[in-house]
Design a protein around this ligand. Structure first.
Ligand SMILES: Nc1ncnc2c1ncn2[C@@H]1O[C@H](COP(=O)(O)OP(=O)(O)O)[C@@H](O)[C@H]1O
Ligand SMILES: [Mg+2]
Length: 261
């Protein structure tokens, strides 16, 4: 079998003394889209942050292993992880605007981010950004780059987030509820753009969401989390045609109801 891009074995995560994620085992292959669903507080964000070492001071992986391309991520120095973040693993959060600096233009922040990983001219970075915007059917890239985050709509900021996450051509994109704060029509656009990135660049994606309709559309495999545990994991077809867990059955039933309405 081909080596998975990401191999997670029996991961357990706690904040101080409290364990909030229990015994997660899953793999992500190159170019695969994994959807992680589960209600609020089920440990989705905690899990995704553990992959890139962003749990913060209180959070710690207390058991198990996380390896990326065969490299053990849990025992890397912070300096090494910083190199991987962005270049190998891109991230998109729920609210890109909040993760950007409010008093500097998108363009300035983009240069700074790319230059932390590569020595390349501003002109080249700008061209790459405009090319990506073009692939996302955004024609006024120049104006967007010159803007401050607060001058752009929520949807536009998320699209900036996709561009910034993709500009270093990561092999893995981690997206934590990237569309939850958006209107339904804009949600669909952002989702289509992420899928296009996968198709163009072969980027594997882990998308965390509480929207099972969205994973039904996007994902190859699905992981369902409930109270910090992985209660279901399989291909989309397996999970939708034959859900095993009562919580998953309930989730799937709720989508069917919406589709019927
Ligand atoms: N920094 C933190 N310190 C202590 N507990 C936390 C912290 N972040 C999250 N938690 C707790 O961990 C559990 C999982 O939270 P989270 O990973 O944010 O879930 P989800 O993303 O699925 O909503 C929750 O009980 C939450 O209260
Ligand atoms: Mg969360």
């Amino acid at each position: 079998m081909k080596q998975p891009l990401l191999d997670i074995q029996h991961v357990e995560i706690g904040y101080q003394a409290k364990t909030v994620v229990h015994d997660i085992t899953l793999q992500v292959s190159p170019g695969e889209i994994l959807g992680i669903v589960g209600e609020s507080g089920s440990g989705k964000s905690t899990f995704i942050k553990s992959i890139i070492g962003l749990l913060g001071r209180d959070g710690i992986v207390t058991n198990g292993s996380i390896s990326y391309k065969g490299m053990d991520l849990l025992h890397q120095k912070e300096k090494q992880l910083r190199k991987l973040r962005g270049a190998e693993m891109g991230m998109i959060f729920q609210n890109t605007a909040a993760s950007l600096c409010p008093v500097r233009t998108i363009e300035k922040q983009l240069y700074e981010m790319v230059l932390a990983h590569e020595s390349v001219s501003h002109a080249k970075i700008k061209k790459r950004a405009l090319d990506l915007f073009d692939k996302m059917n955004l024609k006024d890239g120049e104006r967007i780059l010159k803007s401050y985050p607060f001058e752009l709509s929520g949807g536009m900021n998320q699209r900036v987030g996709i561009m910034m996450a993709m500009i270093l051509k990561p092999n893995l994109l981690l997206a934590d509820e990237p569309t939850s704060s958006l209107d339904v029509t804009i949600q669909a656009q952002v989702v289509r753009e992420m899928m296009k990135m996968r198709d163009l660049f072969g980027t594997a994606i882990i998308i965390v969401t509480h929207n099972i309709g969205l994973v039904k559309f996007m994902a190859d495999r699905i992981a369902v989390m409930y109270q910090g545990r992985l209660v279901e994991y399989g291909t989309k077809e397996e999970i939708f045609s034959n859900p095993q867990d009562p919580y998953t059955k309930k989730l799937i039933h709720s989508v069917l109801c919406i589709n019927r309405g």
